[in-house]
Design a protein. Sequence first.
Length: 217
Amino acid sequence: MISICIVDDHQIFRDGLKLLFDNTADMQVIAEAQSGEDALEKLAELKPDLILMDIQLPDKNGIDVTRELKERNPAHKVLMLTMFEDDQSVFAAMRAGALGYVLKGINHEEMVQTVRIAAAGGAVFSPQIAERILQWFSQAGNQQSEATAVELSVLTQRERDVLELLAAGCDNNTIADRLTVTEKTVRNYVSQLLKKLEVSDRYAAAEKARRAGMNEL
């Protein structure tokens, strides 16, 4: 029996998955979480065979939660199940330790098969994501760097300062200390960065910075 934990802030979506899995002979949902903190608390004791993780949660980014779960227990198997399909989010999720990255639009049969593969330790990607990964690796590194450098040109100098610290792995509090501003100001800068770079989270923004040649501090 494959035990599953669903981490998603939309109850209707969780209910739909739970109905699907509980009506599949070899699957059972043993926990649900509607936020990052909720997931971390419940998974401190539970060890399901697979954790289905959304990226956009109300309190924490799902990639952050995945990273923390893997740091606590490397045996956790996490599969990202999200609407975001940008390259940066995909690679950030993989670096955080996720087994795969699947878009929410897949049908029931595909979802069941995906869970079986991931629970067994296999890497799983939606066809669209797999194609984008192959395209990314087939492109020359210099072309990637040049294209990303153009994207970063829309940033102000202060936004670039914040982005460089993000690429170095600094949290908001550390960035605030280094730039001598408030943490709220840093959050505003980060929010603007995500909008300008058209990415879903800080890790995706940091990936763009590294691809553009920004040195890690």
